[in-house]
Structures are given as C-alpha cells and as structure tokens.
Design a protein. Structure first.
Length: 254
C-alpha cells in the first residue's frame, strides 16, 4: 500500500481525541483490553484433594480495523479499554473445606468514534474449591464476550485452562495483540502450583503449600491475565493477573 505524505499517524495508549490535520482516507486499528485471570482454588487441609486446580487464563482483547474518510479538522473520540481485574486466590483452609478462587473480570472495549469497537476479552470464571476438575478459561473479545470455555485448543486469543498437573497456554492473538492468558498450575499433596507463565504452558510448582500469584499483563497489549496457581492442602491459592489494556492507532493512508 502506498501512503500519502505528509505522513499522519497517532498511537493512543490512553483515551483522547484524534484530529485530522490533513483531509484524506484514514486506517483505524484498535484492540480491546484483555480479561483478568482467575485466582487459584485451594484444597481442604483435612481430607483435601491431591491435584487441586488453579485459575484459568483470561481471554485476549479483540483486534479490529476500519477505514474512514475525514476532512481537515474532523475529530474522532478514542476510548481505550482497560484490562480486566484478576481474581483473588482461595484462602488457605484450616478444616475440611477448600476455598474457591475468584473470577477475573472482562476487559474493557476500545472505541473509535462510531466507526469501530474492539471488544474486551472475557475474564476467567471462578476456580472450584477442593477440586481436580479442569477450570474454564476466558474467550477472545467479540461476540462471545462474557463467555467462557473449558479445555480450549489454543484458538485465537482464548485463555488457557488449569488442570491438576499443568497450566495450559493461551491462544495466539491477532497482529501481536490479544494473546490469551495461561492457566495456573495445579497443586500436589504438599506444594502449590505456580501461576500461568505469560500465556505459556507451565507445569512447575512452588516450594510451599501456597500457589503462586500471576504477574499483571503489560499495558496496551490486550493480553489476557494469567491464572493463579492452586493451593495444596493448607495453602492459599495464588492471585490471578490483570489483563493488559487496549490501544489504538490512526494513520493517513490516502
């Protein structure tokens, strides 16, 4: 594609207003905020399961493009979607009851005027208490926002689920944005699981009964937050990570 000069391009990492300094055709790119990862569940201290599951990863924010014609001086309001909040890990058990990990929240939508909306990814749902059943994960932003899926096969932008022995990877995003968060690792009889590893497969455990807490996704990546690791009997589940916020680029192309 041949670009018109003088070149006009503006990247938005926070909400603002775009003003066309040159009349012409503009390409608009945007991506929504990633969903938050769920906190890891914890196993019961007495009679607790071996293989307690962690939290699922959040879904990545949707990537979208549009082309629009603008006159000199025309404006577009740009709203950047926030990353979803990660869920809190389940509290350590002192009896025969485990504790569920909290759900992540949905990422926010990124909008550019009335011409484009890039939807935020779904937050991962609650991880069950004292359970070895694989957790659900968040979905890529779009028509399925707010939905979750169990045992995804790394489709675009889906979060990875947590199983008893590993945290599964998140799905690859679009145009280097919107990767799904990785699932937290399940615990064994004595050691908690580590948190999701930046959307990658992980099967490592902590040196204690507590599950590992996930690191928040970087700003303006639209990535889903990783899930927290599971707590072994008597240990707490780790916290899920916040999803990355969205972003937008507007450039003159003709």
């Amino acid at each position: 594609m041949t670009y018109k000069f003088p070149r006009v391009s503006q990247t938005f990492t926070s909400s603002g207003t775009f003003t066309a300094t040159v009349a012409g055709t503009y390409l608009v790119k945007a991506w929504g905020g990633g969903g938050g990862g769920a906190g890891g569940g914890s196993a019961a201290l007495t009679g607790g399961v071996t293989g307690q599951v962690g939290g699922g990863g959040g879904g990545g924010g949707q990537y979208a493009e549009a082309i629009t014609t603008m006159a000199q001086g025309d404006t577009l309001a740009v709203t950047i979607g926030t990353g979803g909040a990660g869920g809190t890990g389940g509290a350590a058990s002192s009896d025969t009851n485990g504790h569920a990990g909290g759900a992540g929240t949905n990422g926010g939508n990124t909008t550019v005027g009335s011409i484009l909306t890039a939807y935020g990814g779904s937050g991962a749902p609650t991880s069950a208490a004292n359970s070895t059943s694989s957790t659900n994960a968040g979905l890529y932003g779009g028509n399925f926002q707010g939905s979750t899926i169990q045992n995804p096969t790394a489709m675009i932008g889906e979060g990875g689920y947590s199983g008893s022995n590993s945290g599964q990877p998140g799905g690859v995003g679009v145009a280097m944005t919107g990767y799904g968060g990785g699932g937290g690792v399940g615990a064994n009889a004595t050691n908690g699981g580590n948190a999701g590893n930046n959307g990658q497969y992980n099967n490592t455990r902590t040196a204690t009964a507590n599950g590992g807490s996930a690191t928040n996704a970087a700003a303006n990546t639209g990535r889903g937050g990783d899930g927290g690791g599971a707590g072994a009997p008597g240990g707490a589940g780790g916290n899920g990570a916040n999803g990355g916020s969205g972003g937008a680029v507007i450039m003159l192309i003709g």
